[in-house]
Every structure is written in C-alpha cells, then in structure tokens.
Design a protein around this ligand. Structure first.
Ligand code: ISJ
Length: 133
C-alpha cells in the first residue's frame, strides 16, 4: 500500500528500507554477504554493484527514472492545483465541494489501469486536490 512508503513525518523511504535507517549510511538497502564482508556492495556511484558495465547501465537508466520522477511531481502539483480551482469555482457558485460520482469514476479508472495500487494512488491524488477539508 502506498502509505507503507511514507513516514508520518512525510519523509520518504524505500519499501524495503528499515525504518530509522539513514539513506546512504547503514546497509539497509543492500544485500548481505558482500565481497568485502561489510554488507556494503555499493560503488562510489551508489549503484549497488561493483561491475563497472552494470554500474554504467544503471546510471544511464537512473537518468530517465529521475526525469520521470520530476515529471510526475510536476503533474501531481498541477493536478492538485486544478482540482482546487474546480472546488473553489463550485463552492463560489453555491455548489458542493466534492462530487463523489466523479471521484468514483476516477478511482475506477486507476483501478482498471493499475489494480489495487491504482486505487490507492487515486485516493492520494484526490486527497491532494481537496486540500484541508
Ligand atoms: C476536481 C473536481 O472536484 C473534486 C475533485 C476531484 C478530483 O480531484 O479529480 C473530483 C471530484 C470532486 O470531488 C471535479 O469535480 O472535477
């Protein structure tokens, strides 16, 4: 579930990280049994492998991952702002703040495309657009 990757203080951690582990510090995100016996298998570039070809490939793929993340963050923020505009427009015209039938359509759209995780994602999207209730 999406909430599993969000700490109560809003800080993010990977699903497999131990709560409280410091990113890049302890070995919580690395396999045990590494060649140097410390459990730390990362290279200087933090790719998690000592194979230089694999590390180079990982770095290249991560560039696109980072680009996707930036785009998703921007789209998330744009959607929330638009949703809040709709809410403000509707309230100013005497309408309701929310339209649950529309929210159900959106939940169904995400569930059809992404399954149960889609439902969780859509719930977070809808919450972001509501602002404080
Ligand atoms: C944005 C709207 O208002 C609210 C927010 C929604 C959303 O974030 O998608 C959907 C339905 C409404 O509860 C809308 O009616 O379209």
């Amino acid at each position: 579930m999406m909430a599993d990757v969000m700490q109560s203080d809003g800080a993010q951690r990977a699903a497999g990280d131990r709560p409280g582990a410091v990113d890049g510090g302890a070995d919580g995100d690395r396999p045990t049994g590494s060649a140097n016996g410390t459990g730390d298998t990362s290279t200087g570039s933090g790719t998690g492998t000592e194979d230089s070809a694999a590390a180079a490939r990982i770095v290249a793929i991560r560039e696109r991952i980072d680009e996707i993340d930036r785009t998703m963050i921007a789209l998330w923020q744009e959607r929330a702002a638009l949703s809040q505009q709709v809410g403000a427009t509707r309230i100013a015209s005497g309408g309701t703040r929310l339209v649950l039938s529309r929210e159900r359509q959106i939940l169904e759209r995400f569930r059809e495309a992404l399954g149960a995780d889609g439902t969780q994602l859509a719930l977070l999207l809808l919450r972001a657009g509501r602002g404080p209730l």
